[in-house]
Design a protein around this ligand. Structure first.
Ligand code: PGA
Length: 247
């Protein structure tokens, strides 16, 4: 199967609905669609409807939320369920982003519940995994990634696994200007594929790399056959930068 190439924008806590609408208009005016290439947007949840509306009718352009809570509805002030995300126009959800884990104290166990709730709502999860600098220096990367995969995806059936995308984002590379070498990232991607294969995955999973991806390093990363695409924070916030990356 030929690989699908994905460019995913994680806008984090930036870009409100009006700016999102303007961003999408400018993006669509210059974006060149190509077979096998998808571009995904993860705006702040308040901007999901604006992006969904701007991208409607395009199967190669998708929108998702940056996080969900695993309960379906009820007295959970401030939280967003996967069902609510879908009703706002999202078709995907990030789960376990390193900022959720390290700023908001999200545990491995929580990521497992979130992945299941995202799948139950009919959305596609993007599970983020990645080690800290300390963990890398102690040689713990492979074991940590396996633990995060086990917690997030353990026990899913092949159909569930087939709708999951994995984003490998070393914590020390997110927002820091440092990134993994393409070869280092590819080695972790191979471990991720190995774990998936031994846990019932039959399809070729889409595995993205994230962490300080910019217009001047994206092509080197994508030259690695293991790397199916990129998840981009800072360099996705300005339409010209994002066009240069996705172009
Ligand atoms: P960055 O963020 O590109 O700003 O490093 C990536 C991410 O957090 O997904």
């Amino acid at each position: 199967m030929s690989r699908r190439l994905v460019f995913a924008a994680n806008w984090k806590m930036n870009i409100g609905p009006d700016d999102a609408r303007r961003f999408c208009e400018a993006f669509l005016a210059s974006y060149r669609a190509r077979p096998g290439v998808e571009t995904w947007f993860f705006p702040a949840s308040v901007s999901v409807p604006a992006v969904a509306q701007a991208l409607r009718g395009r199967t190669d352009l998708r929108v998702g939320v940056q996080d969900v809570y695993w309960e379906r509805a009820g007295a959970f002030t401030g939280a967003l369920s996967a069902d609510l995300a879908r009703s706002a126009g999202a078709t995907m959800a990030l789960v376990g982003h390193s900022e959720r884990r390290h700023v908001f104290g999200e545990t491995d166990e929580m990521t497992g519940k979130k992945v299941r709730s995202v799948l139950a709502a009919g959305l596609a999860p993007v599970l983020c995994v990645g080690e800290t600098l300390d963990q890398r220096q102690r040689g713990e990367t492979a074991a940590l990634i396996r633990r995060q995969l086990e917690a997030g995806l353990g026990g899913l059936d092949p159909a569930g696994l087939a709708s999951v995308t994995i984003a490998y984002e070393p914590v020390w590379a997110v927002g820091t200007g440092h990134n993994a070498t393409p070869a280092d990232a590819a080695a972790v991607h191979r471990d991720i594929r190995g774990w998936l294969a031994t846990h019932g995955s039959v399809a070729r999973a889409t595995v993205l790399y994230g962490g300080s991806v910019r217009r001047d390093n994206v092509q080197q990363l994508l030259a690695e056959p293991e790397i199916d695409g990129v998840l981009v924070g800072g360099a996705s916030l300005k339409v010209q930068d994002w066009l240069a990356i996705t172009g």
